[in-house]
Design a protein around this ligand. Sequence first.
Ligand code: H79
Length: 612
Amino acid sequence: MNVRSLSIGMLAAVMATAVGGAALAQDSVGAPPEQTHFKVSSYKPMSHDAATAKALERFNDDRYSMFIHWGIYAQAGGVIRGKRYYGASEWLMSNSKTPSAEYLELAKDFNPVDFDARAWMKTMKAAGFRYMVITAKHHDGFAMFKSAASPHNIVDGTRFGRDPLKELAEAAKAEGIGLGFYYSQYQDWTEPNGGGNTWEFDPKKADFEEYFNRKVVPQVTELLTNYGPVREIWFDTPGPMPAEYSRRLRDLVKKLQPGCLLNSRIGNDLGDYTSPSDSEIPPASLVQGGDWESVFTHNRSWGYSAFDNDFKSTNTLIRLLATSASRGGNFMLNMGPDGRGRFPDGAQKRLLAVGAWLKVNGDSIYGTTRSPLPQTPWGVATQKGSRLYLHVLDRPADGVVRAPGLTEPVTKVSLLAGGGALRFKQDAGGLSVTLPAGTAPSDDLVVVVETQTPVAARRDQGIVLSRAYGRQPLDVADATLSPGVKLDAIKTQLSVDDLRKFYTPVGLDDPSKSVSWTVQVEQAGDYHIDLEYSATKAQAGHEGTVEVGDQKRSFGVIETGAIERRKPTFLTFQPVGILHFDKPGRYQVSLRPQASGQELFALRTLYLTPAN
Ligand code: H79
């Protein structure tokens, strides 16, 4: 993904279609096979018991963490029976429909003699990670720790014979890095009574209760008893698991370690914080102060893949981290160590480069709260008391970074990287900061704005549009929907590493209904409109309008194809016309159907681009 050339809004678009994974299990193993529309996750604050609330405080302070997928699939590296399986290597057994006995043969060759817990922790420390979550057991059922509940574990089932979680727990403690475990509680492909293996076992004959009691409860107990304090158990793909099991798991974890956090994929709304879909940062407008943690993988696989070196650039990683922090969430970045226990070089050097950036700019990430500002074209903001951090991810053509409406008296503006005070201007319209000429290009140039009183939230004041930038996105997820229109998440998925997700309005079927955005136009002038959407054959020919005041630009819908659960969604990018803004200020941009009766189309984004 080449993000350097993209604006932050475009990055959001890229992220939403990004490769790398899947969603809540309901979407993959529990949902009806054809379902394409899903309920939007909640990011509202919840109430918590004291131990959980305290753990969440630290969780939010940490902001950046490392996710590690490591199992016997690392030994295969995406290849089995001489055939490559592209995408998620930890899904190798499922993708190749390999029977359990044959798959478990991998354990015989698994001997990660280069595994060095201390070295891993030193790298994590230098990379700036505050805590780590490692796969204790993935869907293949093979435990990466000593377990009395199943012989399929790294100590009893490989000639390596060591317990890496034990070594990691000790090294993590020594380096001051938090420890968390991933545990696949429902899918277990090498267990006839576990979920997910349909190529070998008959799901109708599965006795989940037996599996749960014999393996899940004892193993989760081992994880919370033998490795010291555990920051979080990261459950995944609850699938159709009844609430009773999520409840029992929750009670077990909280009984053993009251401060251990649970992600929402424990299932049945019993988590302490929300896990968005794999490879998703929730849209700014959906985030309402709740606790969440995004997970992305560095390349296109979660486990090690011998032929995948498509590592996200340092710049992309910093953008993902800053964007998550600006929306009040954590960024957990995954990497798959290989069968010898090494971090792939291509990943390691980029992790360390992010670490170098954090060494200088960490104050703008750790311990920050979400941005009080609306969407701005230069990047995102984070906040810590009376310090506001402007993350300039895309430099303005005129060298001036604007925060409209920022009226709290500013006492000082400087670069976090040092170099003295910067020139700024503040008036009733807000704050303008002139970036120093000749500053070296940076992945994220952080400007610190110090104010007399903390900058108050003004997220609803409208998306900022500037002529110093090109195409600027107005996403449906950030729109105001008229009564009768609701927001859905559309998810289609071909493979674990190919989830396409976007937010769309549903109920846009009458001229009285609309989607609208408040924009703050910085300079008068013409702006070109483009629409990004998907439309079925039946929707082709529908007409709609984009309106600002009494300017109306109409468009006709073209067919892009049906949205199908197991196919990528095709979105078209359609030019509509030009809008004129007479003077700087606040405007409403609305989109509505011209006729009633049928859903107009599946809109994702309206783009405005300065035109001459
Ligand atoms: O651990 C990583 C992934 O292996 C895991 N989540 C991250 C953190 C994950 N498990 N399941 N999924 C992601 C979703 C999988 C969806 C699919 Fe499929 C698997 C799509 C195609 C193959 C299930 C089976 C749905 C269709 C067939």
